[in-house]
Design a protein around this ligand. Structure first.
Ligand code: ZN
Length: 242
């Protein structure tokens, strides 16, 4: 059975990376569902932009509109209660003594994947798609390829069912993520990503930059902006299709 006959569940936060992953999955799988998590994140606005992104992708491509199925939002308030981090509390976003940024929510992606797999089990889906990335990552250990591969094995054993965790962005940087979006859906997908997705940790959507909305200062904004400009530069140099 090829991927075109199978279903996939995409971990879809409403950010740039997970939106590119969603488009990537829609291009490959017969049926695609999405899952998002509410855990008291300061940038809860990312949850609010999710329906508009799903609608925008359906408008871009008739095939995607057919493939896109249910959206699931899971309440993980307990995660916000047990973690004392800059993503869930009004504290400064900074580097800590541990060498990890204060935005790191310990085990977040492991918990997300576990809940996604549990839902996928119920829905008869074995492919999970997630936007973790080891290249431009903020130093989050649960974004590492080895962490994800270990999770794939743990989920497969622990639920006695074969799971495949796809991470199409694992080895590419933010600039290449923009290029991948262009390759999958052309300018209209890039425009939808810039206009509708949310990355800013502070939840700021009052300022519009060429790369999208955000405060422009937090690590998520800086990463997104740097990736956008690097991609533009590569386009101008002819390294990527403009
Ligand atoms: Zn920001």
């Amino acid at each position: 059975m090829g991927l075109e006959d199978e279903g996939a569940l995409v971990l879809f936060s409403g950010g740039q990376d997970s939106t590119v992953c969603l488009a990537w999955a829609l291009q490959r799988f017969r049926a695609v569902e999405t899952i998002g998590f509410s855990y008291g994140q300061r940038h809860a606005v990312e949850l609010e932009v999710r329906p508009a992104i799903r609608t925008a992708l359906c408008e871009l491509n008739a095939g995607w509109a057919v493939a896109l199925g249910d959206d699931h939002v899971v309440d993980l308030a307990a995660l916000g209660q047990i973690s004392e981090t800059a993503l869930t509390r009004e504290t400064a976003i900074e580097m800590q003594d541990s060498g990890l940024p204060s935005t790191f929510v310990p085990g977040r992606n492991l918990i997300f994947l576990t809940f996604a797999a549990a839902l996928a089990c119920r829905r008869g889906i074995r492919h999970l798609v997630a936007g973790m990335c080891e290249t431009d990552f903020s130093g989050y250990p649960d974004c590492r390829d080895d962490s994800i591969k270990a999770m794939q094995v743990a989920l497969t054993l622990g639920m006695d069912r074969r799971f495949v965790v796809h991470t199409p962005l694992m080895w590419i940087d933010k600039a290449a993520t923009f290029a991948l979006a262009q390759e999958i859906g052309g300018d209209s997908l890039v425009n939808a990503i810039v206009e509708r997705t949310h990355s800013c940790y502070l939840g700021d959507r009052s300022r519009r930059h060429p790369w999208g909305y955000g405060c422009g200062e937090c690590p998520a904004c800086q990463l997104r902006a740097a990736g956008f400009w690097r991609w533009q530069e590569r386009c101008n140099n002819g390294h990527e299709k403009a």
